[in-house]
Design a protein around this ligand. Structure first.
Ligand code: ADP
Ligand code: ZN
Length: 721
């Protein structure tokens, strides 16, 4: 007979197509199999469903899953059925004869997992029916809905308190992604868990990249971001309905498939738009926070906050909808002080003092998150009481591009004196226009062209001046006041203007950019596109969301390993027994056609046997280069393997060298040439490459010069320390 460990693993592989567990899943499953109560805290994407779905297969009886999201039940059941797991749901969307049929199947023991909404348990007839069945486990999904302190209280959930009484011998499992301790405590009490254990996973979403961008020209910024992600799914959150409508429309005009979603639309419209997003008929949903609860779509590749979210908790939940499948995804927030003031204005109008206070506190926390100079992830986790001990998370804007400071006293003096000269009655944009010597109507009308500060700031661009202004506000040298915010000086600014105080500012970036993860593409993108199309065709035919056929993780892994046979395909994560039988041949044919067409030998996989998804999430792009570099490959070979330009690879290497990683140049630059390059750099200086290249002439590449320069810079840095 198989022992327990073997059974758990063989079930995992057979039905779900996975060979390893996510953190805590195995411990949780073992505990569930002991038939004891438990409470599971895991972030979105942590893999909660498997924690009851797998045990359900090993129990004699039925596992009842309580979920508030009726609209989602069908997809969940379809997903299980596709994996060969007998499941069904009973809710108000069904006709009574359908309910009768399903109940019969349940009584006959044909079903392992039953999904219901909480209100069904209030029906005594249904309760009686359940009591006659053999229920092995109650899994209460989204269990924070039971708590009035949670963000999503649902009165129907209160009924669940009677489960323990009515089914004293059936274990209960509460699950939630809500991280606040008071809510957690409440859930445990309400569900009356006994002799239970709490399983808390880390709330660190390693695959999510966090970036805060100053909001200068939001539509343009969003277009820039989307340009590289035309085929990826994403959500853009806005504060108001008007912005949602407007933005969705503009995006459509610019050729993007985008739909709006907000509480002002009819219920049918909302359902339809959500459905079209999930089925991948459109890539983008522009929405208010009304959208999101119960979005199971695992491949949302980005979440953009066009406006400030309400609180850190809200921001964490909203960004959390990205990257459920564990693949890299981007969370971008466009931050402006004007937005902050808008929110303050709304808070001021609130009547309830307590509510006001809470709202102010939430806003303060959020703004300080945006303004921070330390790792975003650290602040988020800290907020939920989790310690993040790494110095560098390698996946937030601040860790990837640490801010550099410079003596900005003169810059500050220019700006502050211009604020003074215009009489402290103008906004940020206006003051900067004066500094830049703008000829705009308002400046001319006000006669500000004669000011001594007119046109003295031309060495920086407008966005750069905006960034300086923000920083000076943040550090208290300036403030924005009034309903149409104008810049005012503070006591401290006097000291700077009188030359008694130095100011340090962040060095401006050449061009603020999304230093996100887009180039981290270690798979064959052309093949991935083909498989994605095939998946969409199959999904439409079966009238199911594409992710139920295969996840992106599976398709990307196929596009890395080029499986040729059924047994190759079975090794791909997410390909279980039934899926292999149903779709294996179709996908294998597509892959082998592709390989033939492009003469690809199937053994060209990059990562050997290591888990593909793991690599995707853990390794920021430059570290992938480092790894290949250790394999003694040439620049060109690395570039080919990664599908990137050699100049990109040499830039990676440059960063690695400067970060103190041990990169040997032997493979990249001939030692004899190195001598010459060094000499040329010593003559022309380190600032620019082209004078060095010119001095050296043909036979030397920019890549080579860049690498030697990096080595020289690093040793200069070391010596200076
Ligand atoms: P949650 O409900 O906690 O947000 P899900 O149950 O939806 O998370 O799981 C998130 C994603 O991770 C899903 O796409 C799921 O298929 C996948 N997943 C879960 N467990 C594993 C595992 N052990 N190995 C690989 N993928 C997994
Ligand atoms: Zn970080």
């Amino acid at each position: 007979m198989e022992n327990k460990k073997d059974i758990i693993y063989s079930t995992l592989h057979k039905y779900f197509g996975y060979s390893t567990f996510y953190p805590l899943q195995e411990d949780i499953i073992r505990w569930v199999l002991e038939r004891k109560d438990l409470f599971v805290l895991m972030p979105t994407g942590g893999g909660k469903s498997l924690c009851y779905q797998l045990p359900a297969l090993l129990f004699d009886g039925i596992t009842v899953v309580v979920s508030p999201l009726i609209a989602l039940m069908k997809d969940q059941v379809d997903g299980l059925t596709e994996n060969g797991i007998p499941a069904t749901f009973i809710n108000s969307s069904l006709r009574s004869d359908e309910i009768v049929t399903r109940k019969r199947e349940l009584s006959e023991g044909k079903i392992k997992i039953l999904y219901i909404a909480p209100e069904r348990l209030a029906m005594s007839e249904f309760l009686g029916f359940l009591q006659k069945l053999n229920v092995s486990l109650f899994a209460i999904d989204e269990s924070h809905c039971i708590s009035e302190w949670g963000h999503d209280f649902r009165p129907e959930y209160r009924q669940l308190s009677m489960l323990k009484e009515k089914f004293p011998n059936t274990p209960i499992m509460g699950l939630t992604a809500t991280a606040t301790p008071s809510v957690q405590k409440d859930i445990i009490e309400q569900l009356k868990l006994t002799d239970y254990r709490v399983f808390t996973a880390s709330f660190n979403r390693k695959n999510l990249y966090y970036q805060i961008m100053p909001k200068d020209n939001p539509y343009h910024q969003i277009l820039c971001f989307l340009k590289e992600r035309k085929k990826e799914s994403g959500i853009i959150y806005c504060q108001g309905r008007k912005t949602v409508e407007h933005l969705a429309e503009s995006l459509q005009e610019d050729g993007y498939r985008a739909l709006p979603y907000h509480a002002g639309l009819s219920a049918e419209m909302r359902t339809e738009n959500q459905e079209r997003f999930i089925r991948e008929d459109v890539e983008i949903i522009v929405a208010t926070i009304a959208f999101g609860m119960g979005i199971d779509k695992p491949n949302i590749r980005y979440v953009i906050h066009h406006d400030l979210p309400k609180s850190i908790e809200g921001y964490y939940q909203e960004t959390g909808r990205a990257g459920r499948d564990g693949l890299k995804s981007d969370c971008i927030l466009l931050f402006s002080y004007a937005d902050k003031m808008k929110i303050e204005y709304f808070i001021r109008r609130k009547e309830d003092e307590k509510e006001k206070e809470v709202a102010y506190k939430q806003l303060r926390e959020l703004v300080s998150y945006c303004e921070s100079n330390v790792c975003r992830r650290r602040i988020l986790l800290d907020y939920f009481g989790e310690k993040f001990s790494e110095n560098n998370c390698r996946n937030c804007d601040l860790c990837l591009n640490p801010k550099e400071q410079f003596d900005g006293t003169v810059v500050a003096q220019k700006l502050l004196s211009c604020v003074y000269r215009v009489g402290e009655c103008f906004g940020m944009h206006y003051v900067i226009d004066v500094l830049l010597g703008s000829k705009n109507q308002k400046v001319l009308q006000n006669g500000h062209t004669t000011l001594t500060t007119y046109g003295i700031g031309k060495e920086y661009s407008k966005p750069q001046w905006l960034a300086f202004s923000r920083e000076l506000i943040q550090s208290g040298y300036l403030s924005l006041e009034g309903e149409y915010p104008v810049l005012k000086l503070s006591k401290q600014s006097r000291e700077v203007l009188l030359g008694r105080k130095k100011v340090f500012l962040t060095k401006p970036e050449e061009k603020p950019s999304f230093s996100a993860s887009k180039e981290d593409a270690n798979y064959d993108q052309a093949l991935f596109e083909r498989l994605r199309e095939l998946r969409k065709t199959v999904a439409d035919r079966e009238s199911m969301p594409p992710y139920i056929i295969f996840h992106d993780t599976s398709l990307k892994e196929m596009s890395t390993r080029y499986p040729q046979t059924a047994s190759d395909l079975e090794k791909i994560s997410g390909v279980g027994e039934l899926k292999l039988r149903k779709y294996g041949a179709l996908f294998l044919k597509e892959i082998s056609d592709y390989c033939r067409q492009y003469a690809i030998a199937p053994k060209q996989e990059i990562f050997g046997k290591q888990a593909f998804a793991e690599k995707q999430t853990r390794a920021p792009t430059i570290y992938t280069t480092l790894e290949l570099c250790k394999n003694n490959l040439s620049l060109l070979e690395i570039a080919r393997k990664r599908g990137l330009a050699t100049s990109t690879i040499s830039t990676h290497l440059e960063k690695l060298i400067l970060a103190g990683e041990n990169v040997s140049l032997d493979k990249f630059v001939d030692p004899g040439k190195r001598q010459h390059i060094r000499a040329a750099i010593e003559k022309s200086g380190m600032e620019a490459l082209s004078p060095v290249k010119e001095a050296l002439g043909e036979g030397y590449s920019y890549d080579e010069i860049k690498l030697v320069r990096a080595e020289m810079m690093y040793s200069a840095m070391k010596n200076a320390e």
